[in-house]
Design a protein around this ligand. Structure first.
Ligand code: AMP
Ligand code: MG
Length: 516
């Protein structure tokens, strides 16, 4: 491929009609300790014989991966589980029956046969049974467990097509099997079953609800990493910047009104007017609604030349809100827009429900954003939307974004007239586009901090989600003023709303000061 590097053997395999003759050299290479990049239903993996520490070390070297970030062991058959896991809880078997082969990784107590380098020295091992026919056949032919992370340079978007792997590792690996685009496009759900209680360490296409329905008990997500990497990560690898294209990624909410569409157009024009290249990863409707000239890309496009300076390109993932389609195309879209040399990529947000939780998790990391601060009140029409808006006004752009939700909100309710007036008059903030949303498990799982307006609301949240106790506080507590409940101005005069806004401002300023 490239000068001084390894000669790469590219093997094309039709997943519908697998030719063993073509696959065998790659399987034999695995057995000899060489690296093989291969398609799975999630993303492309970079595999090595999990029993051979020297082979596994080549994965870390090729990717530039930090040694404390463990790998997932890929197996062809659940019968092999005993060779890597010391103990297999009954719940593991039930989940495997429901979801294997497929995009679910289980973290289990590790067997002593598994080399340290695979698990980064942890006492647990992550195991998965890929469903992709090419991955399955490769594992069967190789007859060894295959340790594999995603086949990208560390920190970059995961590869979902063969050319993504070539772009990152083309001159560093001897084998790449091209089996076409990946079905899910996001890495597997990682579920920790090594402690008494199942915990999702990385959200994926198999959702917390999917798992809970089989487990018969609620499944929570681990505390997201702090942006500074200070908190000891329960899921190793979470502390690193991930999935990042070269372009700066900016998340936007899909415009619903003419005013919001105009805002998006203005942001694009501000960029392109200065000679920057803008990219959009968005739904068809969002791209169709743009007034700015925007070149549309196809999912299969590659080998694109840079855009002319001052222009804009858009990648449509499908229809809003389809988190499955958005997930499938996210990394491809980010890489394509990078190929076009975009300076900024505007990427469309999605409701954090079902697969939307996993999509937003990756998108946020690609944008380098910390987990959001979620402000919670009852109806999500007064205090919490005011709090989120004030927080977003006062925070630094690098701080975690602010969001809001209500414990018993009526979804779609508008901000109350008093809140609109107070925010307009005192802060020049418009809450006109605000729509109430109800607090969900997904929103709480993805939030880094959950701040309620009153002690009563905090108590209510702790009762529903005791597992998230470390994230739930009243805003007063988070601000270092623990006695302060934020008074409810609902239905009162505008000056009551103004007093509430002033109180919120005071608490948020002191919260921001304490945090940074
Ligand atoms: P990658 O396939 O590149 O996304 O990397 C595998 C990921 O699996 C790691 O970053 C971890 O998040 C997770 N993982 C692997 N082994 C373990 C383990 N023993 N405990 C917890 N998480 C793990
Ligand atoms: Mg990865």
């Amino acid at each position: 491929m490239s000068s001084g590097g390894l000669e790469l053997k590219l093997i094309q395999i039709d997943p519908e009609q697998i030719d063993d003759e073509k696959l065998l050299p790659a399987a034999e290479a695995l057995r000899r300790g060489q690296l093989v990049a291969f398609p799975t239903e999630t993303v492309y993996g970079l595999g090595a014989d999990a029993n051979d520490p020297a082979a596994v070390a080549r994965i870390f070297a090729a990717k530039g991966r930090p040694p404390d970030n463990p790998l997932i062991v890929h197996l062809a058959d659940p019968d092999q589980l005993g060779s890597v896991a010391r103990q297999i809880p009954p719940l593991a078997l039930r989940l495997l029956e429901a979801f294997a082969p497929g995009p679910l990784t289980l973290v289990l107590p590790r067997s002593s046969h598994v080399p340290d380098i695979v698990t980064a020295g942890l006492d647990t091992v992550a195991v998965r049974f890929p469903a992709h026919p090419v991955a399955r056949r490769l594992l069967q032919l190789a007859r060894v467990p295959v340790a594999a992370p995603s086949a990208n340079r560390s920190g970059r978007p995961s590869p979902t097509r063969a050319w993504h792997v070539l772009e990152d590792l083309g001159d560093r690996i001897p084998f790449l099997i091209d089996g076409g685009p990946c079905e899910y496009g996001l890495e597997s759900t990682v579920l920790d079953l090594s402690t008494g209680k199942p915990v999702i360490l990385r959200p994926g296409s198999i959702t917390a609800e999917d798992i809970a329905s089989v487990a018969g008990l609620p499944v929570s997500a681990v505390l997201p990493d702090r942006s500074d990497g200070s908190a000891a990560p329960r899921a190793p690898g979470m502390k690193y910047r991930h999935y990042a294209p070269r372009a700066r990624v900016q998340i936007f909410q899909p415009p619903q009104t003419d005013r919001e569409r105009e805002d998006l157009d203005n942001q694009i024009r501000a960029l392109t007017g200065e000679g920057n290249r803008a990219g959009l990863f968005a739904s068809r409707a969002t791209l169709d609604g743009l007034k700015s000239a925007c070149r549309l890309l196809d999912a299969g496009a590659k080998d694109l030349a840079a855009l002319p300076p001052g222009s804009c390109a858009g990648f449509a993932y499908g229809l809003y809100p389809d988190p499955v389609a958005a997930s499938r195309h996210l990394f491809d879209g980010l890489r394509l827009l990078d190929r076009l040399a975009c300076d900024v990529i505007f990427a469309e947000g999605m409701p954090e429900e079902g697969v939307g939780t996993a999509y937003m998790n990756r998108l946020r990391k690609a944008a380098g954003q910390a987990a959001p601060v979620l402000f919670v009140c009852t109806g999500n029409t007064c205090r919490s939307p005011m709090a989120a808006a004030l927080y977003n006004l006062l925070r630094k752009p690098s701080d975690a974004p602010g969001q809001s939700a209500g414990i018993s909100a009526m979804p779609g309710d508008l901000a109350s007239p008093g809140a609109l007036a107070a925010m307009n008059q005192d802060y020049r903030i418009s809450l006109a586009a605000h729509r109430a949303r109800r607090l969900t498990d997904g929103l709480m799982d993805e939030a880094g901090r959950i701040l309620t307006m009153t002690a009563g609301q905090k108590k209510a949240l702790l009762a529903i989600r005791p597992d998230l106790a470390s994230r739930i506080q009243t805003l007063g507590e988070a601000a270092g003023l623990p006695e302060a409940d934020v008074p409810d101005p609902y239905g009162r005069s505008v000056w009551q709303y103004q007093a509430t806004a002033a109180k919120l401002e005071q608490l948020i300023r002191s919260f921001l000061e304490k945090e940074t």
